[in-house]
Write a protein of this length. Structure first.
Lengths: 164, 122
């Protein structure tokens, strides 16, 4: 129990640092609003090393903490929507045989962006926002690919280091 | 390590996205006639695209300045924290939008007729 708690706390802290790094050095894809989402690396790793419940808590806690500290509160609703949809999709994809962190992370990246745009459609009440979907999908594939690649590389070492 | 199914999934998603992009381009290809600004879903105003003007929107959510110039529209200024609307490229074709999410504001090109049709009917 103590070990679980400690690892969760460690991962939340790591996610916050990664979010902060991204605030300081934005990875610009040339499209306003598109981010790499480095903190999602932590969520993917947690999903593979811990159980889904713990990974969910880590994801929600880091979204709240990041929004309260150096994010902006107006974006909290979008972060939660994207974070939750992406989490549900990743949990489901993880159960599919033959998918590695790469596929899981790409599915997560895309659904994160879809979750955000759906909330935006409701907030501004304009369906024309859906025209951004294809671009957001492509962005989600690219960021998910990168995150999934790194996650696949580091998960074995992290598992060993944490003696899980 | 990535497996075969990962790449199949990525491939399928990429095809869907690119098809969507093609449809988007097709629908946004028509030139628009007017500019509609909505705040929180309520229409704030509609302006002809061919008349240059500056529109300042100021309410409790914040401040935005939209500029219509030579048939194209851009967000000149805004006091939102992310500034994505200001960075957004200028728009000119129907269904194109500039969104300022913190202010729940949408600038939209509306009332377009296909320029292709015009050429054919002439």
């Amino acid at each position: 129990m103590t070990k679980k708690l400690t690892i969760s706390a460690l991962l939340v802290a790591l996610a916050m640092i990664l979010s902060y790094v991204e605030v300081l050095i934005p990875f610009n894809f040339g499209i306003p609003g598109i981010k790499l989402g480095l903190a999602n690396l932590v969520v993917v790793v947690a999903l593979y090393l811990l159980d889904a419940r713990q990974a969910l808590i880590i994801s929600v806690v880091r979204i709240l903490l990041v929004s309260f500290t150096f994010g902006n509160m107006a974006a909290l609703l979008y972060s939660i929507a994207g974070g939750l949809l992406s989490f549900i999709v990743m949990v489901l994809c993880r159960k599919i045989k033959g998918l590695s962190t790469m596929g899981v992370s790409v599915a997560g990246g895309i659904s994160h962006n879809i979750g955000q745009i759906l909330v935006a459609v409701f907030v501004v009440k304009n369906l024309n926002l859906l025209f951004y979907l294809p671009v957001l999908m492509i962005a989600g594939i690219i960021t998910g690919f990168l995150i999934g690649l790194v996650a696949g590389l580091i998960i074995p070492s992290v598992r060993k280091a944490l003696q899980l | 390590m990535p497996k075969k199914r990962d790449f199949i999934l990525i491939g399928v998603l990429l095809v869907i996205a690119l098809a969507g992009l093609a449809v988007t381009r097709l629908l946004q290809h028509q030139s628009g006639a007017s500019v509609t600004i909505t705040v929180g879903g309520e229409v704030y105003g509609t302006y002809p695209l061919n008349q240059s003007r500056e529109i300042e929107i100021s309410d409790d959510k914040g401040y935005n300045k939209v500029v219509i110039e030579n048939g194209i529209v851009h967000m000149e200024d805004a006091d939102c924290p992310d500034q994505y609307c200001v960075q957004h490229a200028a728009i000119r074709s129907s269904h194109e939008t500039i969104i300022c999410l913190p202010h729940e504001l949408v600038v939209e090109i509306t009332g377009g007729e296909s320029s292709d049709v015009d050429i054919i009917t002439q």
